[in-house]
Design a protein around this ligand. Structure first.
Ligand code: ADP
Length: 241
């Protein structure tokens, strides 16, 4: 349910919003998914998108990333760079014959265009993203040879290479072992501390509880938004986990 407590509502408005959406409908040809979503993404915070499988988390991320067009409603971004989107592992063509470096370099395409040679600055950004995700020593390896956790870190490095202040991630820790999940959680927290707004769709209850805000989706509707304590109620947990 939306939180109608006036004090809470005022608190929400006072917070700095990175993205605000109102009356949003979106989906796929012949398959409406999101219905009348209104909510916001707080700036410089970590927001977790939670909800059962098929509830529309990936679709909402796609809309926020600009890869899925809303069919109704309004989407407003505060000033900032275009969002960086890290899709679900597997959606990224693990079988493509790409090295780790080439994959991370794709994060620079938006900034320099597909056909221009990487500049020294592009290379520095790519190196720094690979180092931050501890995949620099894998630079020459093929993506397909890596473990799930390594591949996920490469995809996040590609997102970082876009140098956006709005990072959208689809299930960044799903299927990883606890150590790999912990590394990703720590990194995302550091990014927020460094001034990035992070939104992640997640099935990881620990990650959702550690977020600053949660948006709970159910059958394409936004049925909860607020702090993890407000949103992750027993009913929500029973449905989504
Ligand atoms: P979640 O991320 O919460 O699991 P999704 O946003 O992936 O949910 O999916 C929401 C609904 O949209 C599901 O019913 C799913 O089957 C449908 N869907 C997802 N992707 C597509 C697509 N490319 N074409 C048609 N329907 C899709």
């Amino acid at each position: 349910m939306f939180n109608n407590n006036p004090r809470e509502t005022r608190g929400t408005e006072e917070r700095n919003q990175r993205v605000r959406f109102t009356g949003l409908d979106a989906g796929y040809p012949g398959r409406p998914v999101l219905r009348q979503l209104s909510g916001d993404i707080a700036a410089l915070a970590m927001t977790a998108l939670v909800g059962p499988n098929g509830s529309g988390k990936s679709t909402l991320l796609g809309v926020l990333a600009g890869v899925i067009q809303a069919t109704a409603g309004e989407l407003r971004y505060s000033e900032g760079r275009p969002p960086a989107f890290v899709p679900q592992r597997g959606a990224a063509g693990d079988a493509l014959p790409l090295t780790v470096r080439q994959t991370v370099e794709m994060g620079r395409w938006g900034a320099r265009g597909l056909w221009r040679r990487p500049t020294r600055q592009d290379r520095a950004v790519v190196d720094s993203a690979m180092e931050r995700l501890a995949v620099a020593d894998l630079a020459a390896r093929q993506l397909g040879e890596l473990s799930g956790g390594q591949r996920q870190r490469v995809l996040i490095a590609q997102g970082l290479a876009q140098q956006s202040d709005l990072l959208l991630l689809d299930e960044p820790a799903t299927g990883l072992d606890p150590e790999a999940r912990g590394r990703i959680a720590t990194l995302l927290t550091e990014l927020v501390a460094d001034g990035t707004t992070v939104v992640q769709a997640t099935h990881d209850l620990e990650a959702a509880r550690a977020a600053d805000a949660c948006l709970l989706l159910d059958e394409g509707r936004l049925v909860g938004q607020g702090t993890p304590e407000q949103v992750l109620t027993a009913t929500a947990l029973a449905r989504a986990w």
